[in-house]
Design a protein around this ligand. Sequence first.
Ligand code: SF4
Ligand code: MG
Length: 329
Amino acid sequence: MKLLEVRDLKAYYFTSAGEVKAVDGVSFDLEQGQVLGVVGESGSGKSTLGSVLSNTMRPPLKVVSGEVLFKGVNIFKMHPEELRKVRAAGISIIPQYAMNALNPTSKIRDIVRDLLISHEVPPDEFAYRVKLARERALKLGLPPWVFDRYAIELSGGMRQRVTILISTLLDPEVLIADEPTSALDVVVQRLVIQYLQDLVSEGSIKSMVFITHDIALVNEISTDIAVMYAGQIVEMGPAEDVMTNPRHPYTKVLISNIPEPGVRIAKKRVEGLRGEPPSLISPPSGCRFHPRCPMAKDICSRQAPPTVHLDGGRRAVTCWLYAGGGEAQ
Ligand code: SF4
Ligand code: MG
């Protein structure tokens, strides 16, 4: 069953410097059981996509065109009451910088209680969810006493895990996880990845969009991968296929940058690429990747490449090298 259908989505920031085209023509489907890893450099529009999918965007960000259907219903046209119900139990987001998302002046137990009350969890289910929160806290490596503390009394890593707990407590059908492990040390990062994987495999969470700049991490957790560059998806397909046989020149560079196992370095720059990611106010003409692409041809700077479907439709790649429908020469 299709849980999300994203159709030619465009979402821009309207700033005094101009329109920042952070999401510019994104389309994909998300099915039950799917974990779609969205990967790309910072500034590629991943977090913007996450906030639009969860309908949590704020000005100056606005959806310009396109649709996001949740089980067939356009989330941008939902009645506020309908939307409130969809949040948390339908589409829930673990926001980037999740550690700052908690009300600092509430005890964690009250934050949990308020969540259950605001979503009108019936009395018989209430106790079950409170118990579930305690069980899941342990899985996230959180000691039972966190519930008696205020958010400000907890470390950043604990606050981040509490937010993950809260965002997943009502078992959403679609979980948007935006860099959920970014501020955590490696051991805790493993716990969180395992936690999310378990929720999906036991069917508590029906599907997930996992956003990260770390392609090695995305490979671990995802069934499918979408590679974003300058506000657009340039390649998409089953995770293993994309990782073992990347088609788009940008994906190839990202994968060649994965360090050997055990050598985990947080790299700010992608090596082997000239220049910087482009401005999304005035992105390059034609293929947005052309100024940095080692394979660029004449046409690349003049005309935007088509999206070509390969491997019987399982793969999509937006690049002139595949425009004949075949493989790159
Ligand atoms: Fe490179 Fe051209 Fe393909 Fe863009 S369309 S990725 S510039 S080869
Ligand atoms: Mg981001």
